[in-house]
Write a protein that binds this ligand. Structure first.
Ligand SMILES: Cc1cc2nc3c(=O)[nH]c(=O)nc-3n(C[C@H](O)[C@H](O)[C@H](O)COP(=O)(O)OP(=O)(O)OC[C@H]3O[C@@H](n4cnc5c(N)ncnc54)[C@H](O)[C@@H]3O)c2cc1C
Length: 585
């Protein structure tokens, strides 16, 4: 087995992982940093982000307003010390990106342009057309290239953390082109492995978003926090799940039911605003949870449009005109033409809600530390408690930067004066990890296929753990997922080769997804209230008395996971009413 000795190993080379790597390299040029990714960095999901990144920049805006929007948008489940830190750091990080070369859109006078985004009371979303993530990731990636201390391990598939003497001291990974098992011995490990939207069948997420980092930390004893909060984005293309960015609505796109009515006014987001003049925080600029829930009600009322791809509502952007569309939403136009044959300049486009983002993840504090010494986490795989019960669009890209950097600084502070890892003990642990893979290769009595188990998982999650949930459905899902976890032990590998064995990686990804699905379902069953993206038909109200707290799901091996709770940090904003009616303006 190959051994790689480094100071810090980072799992994931998306926005969070790259930002962490840069901060480490800048802090101490003598550090050895391993940047490990199962895909080439530019294929990380951050590249797919479209709409933009939020940070206070205009004179009419303030940190206090960004704070209020984030805390209210998160239905008061965000830790407020974390949000206060985040909003202050956000413009600094976005300016830093600018200095590294990110081509933000400009106002005619040369200042940075911002656009409206859902749930935000002011315009504060910086953007680079509708390819913001693409430009952010390129900027970060090209910046990492100037640091010789960052060694890249592209197409290495991370499997298990190595925990010795109560500290995380590295991990195992498979070099995908050869199948060779590799041990990374590291004083600190940063998880930046992204989300897990692929647990659901209809998702905006790239195929690689299978919750591997969450599952690795979870299996190593770190709780997953607030997993029941799964974000649906209201505007996905109905056939592929590809996202039409919230910027469509930010720029003035409107949502219509089959009667041509702008139905959001019927769900506390009215009154109707004039066409082409979107009013901040109301109607189509309501938050994602509310707008997605409104779709569900329209569906129940029979107000949706039947299309060859299922029930939809329509997103109409024709009134924006070709010039604005080409300038600000070129990718959206391209996507709708390519996948549906609809030109948004000429026709409304059918859309429906689609699984987009995990508010929950590896539990960390504000410094990106987990309860396992030596292990840190940032980005979508982590839950630093910024987003609460519902993330506002454009806060995530900034979260990667702010907390990617925090994770690096914490990992650096931690590794000072640590003894070198005990190579012998770690190798013994790595051999156990290798044994797990070998057992998969040698299994002959298996009867379960990856595709079969995955389909059952996805179907159950979609049916029972979607926008609206109830006790009966959640119980059914919990049972199905636990059953699938058992059956997973019998999954067979049909390809036994070593070179780019995609069959093997799909088996491992399914294992990660099942652990995350289990945590989501158990968390959702235990939370007997409705808050943000977690809506229960049997407990329709928010219950601050009993559930103003983070759920913490703990791994128990073959047994069912257990849930306990952690207080939410409230520093200045007591729970209030979420108002998107326009009364605030
Ligand atoms: C279509 C789309 C549009 C979006 N638009 C916006 C937007 O406009 N604004 C906004 O704020 N947010 C947006 N988001 C959300 C945001 O883009 C993501 O939350 C964020 O980019 C996640 O970044 P990350 O660094 O945490 O993970 P990712 O960018 O997903 O990177 C994860 C990394 O982990 C690696 N990895 C995973 N598992 C393993 C393993 N087992 N072994 C080795 N490596 C592994 C991957 O290779 C990858 O490098 C969007 C999301 C999507 C899907």
């Amino acid at each position: 087995m190959k051994i790689v000795n480094v100071d810090v190993a980072i799992v994931g080379a998306g926005g969070a992982g790259l930002r962490a790597a840069i901060a480490l390299a800048q802090t101490d040029p003598t550090l050895k940093i391993a940047l490990i990714s199962k895909v080439y960095p530019m294929r990380s999901h951050t590249c797919a982000a479209e709409g933009g990144a939020a940070g206070v920049i205009k004179a009419d805006d303030s940190f206090a307003l960004h704070f209020d929007d984030t805390v209210g948008g998160g239905d008061w489940l965000s830790d407020q010390d974390c949000v206060a830190y985040f909003v202050k750091e956000a413009p600094k990080e976005l300016t830093q990106l600018e200095h590294w070369g990110c081509p933000w859109n400009r106002e005619p006078n040369g200042s940075v342009a911002v656009r409206p985004f859902g749930g935000m009371k002011k315009q504060r979303t910086w953007f680079a057309a509708d390819k913001s993530g693409f430009h952010i990731l390129h900027t970060l990636f090209q910046t990492t290239l100037q640091f010789p201390s960052i060694s890249r391990f592209d197409e290495y598939f991370a499997i298990d953390l190595l925990v010795d003497e109560g500290r995380c001291q590295g991990l195992t990974a498979i070099e995908m082109c050869s199948g060779m098992m590799t041990q990374f011995h590291a004083k600190s490990v940063i998880m930046a492995g992204g989300g897990a939207g692929r647990i659901f069948p209809f998702s905006t997420n790239g195929a690689i978003k299978t919750g591997d980092a969450m599952a690795m930390a979870y299996r190593a004893g770190v709780p997953l926090k607030d997993m029941e909060f799964v974000q649906y984005h209201p505007t996905g293309l109905p056939n592929t799940g590809s996202l039409l960015t919230e910027a469509c609505r930010g720029e003035g796109g409107v949502m219509l039911n089959k009667n041509g009515r702008r139905y959001l006014q019927d769900y506390g987001m009215g009154p109707e605003t004039p066409l082409g003049k979107p009013e901040l925080k109301t109607m189509e600029l309501g938050p994602r949870d509310r707008v997605s829930q409104a779709y569900w009600h329209e569906l129940q009322k029979g107000n949706t449009v039947s299309t060859p791809w299922g029930e939809c509502v329509m997103l109409d952007m024709r009134h924006l005109g070709e010039k604005v569309i080409n300038e600000r939403l070129p990718l959206v136009r391209e996507l709708a033409i390519a996948y549906l044959g609809v030109d948004i300049v000429k026709d409304p486009v059918p859309i429906r809600p689609v699984v987009h983002y995990m508010m929950g993840g590896i539990s960390t504090n504000m410094q990106a530390e987990t309860v396992l010494p030596g292990l840190f986490a940032a980005g979508e795989c982590a839950c630093v408690s910024l987003n609460g019960a519902n993330r506002l669009g454009s806060n995530s890209l900034v979260e990667l930067l702010v907390f990617g950097k925090s994770a690096a600084l914490s990992a650096f502070a931690y590794l000072q004066e640590l003894p070198a890892p005990n190579a012998k003990a770690l190798t013994a642990l790595a051999e156990q990890s290798q044994g797990r893979i070998r057992a998969l290769f040698s299994r002959t009595d298996g009867a379960e296929s990856v595709a079969g188990l995955r389909k059952e998982m996805m179907d159950s999650m979609e049916k029972n753990v979607g926008i609206y949930r109830n006790e009966e459905g959640l119980k059914e899902a919990a049972q199905v997922i636990e059953n699938l976890r058992t059956r997973y032990q019998k999954v067979i590998l049909t390809d036994k080769s070593n070179v780019f064995n995609t069959d093997l990686f799909q088996v491992l990804e399914l294992g990660s997804m099942l652990e995350c699905a289990s945590a989501i379902t158990v968390g959702a069953l235990a939370r007997k209230e409705s808050r943000g993206a977690h809506q229960r038909l049997d407990f329709v109200a928010r219950d601050d008395e009993n559930f103003l707290c983070h759920s913490m799901v703990h791994f128990n091996g073959d047994q069912n996971p257990t849930v306990d709770y952690l207080d939410v940090v409230i520093t200045q904003s007591p729970p209030g009413v979420r108002d998107y009616s326009g009364a605030h303006s």
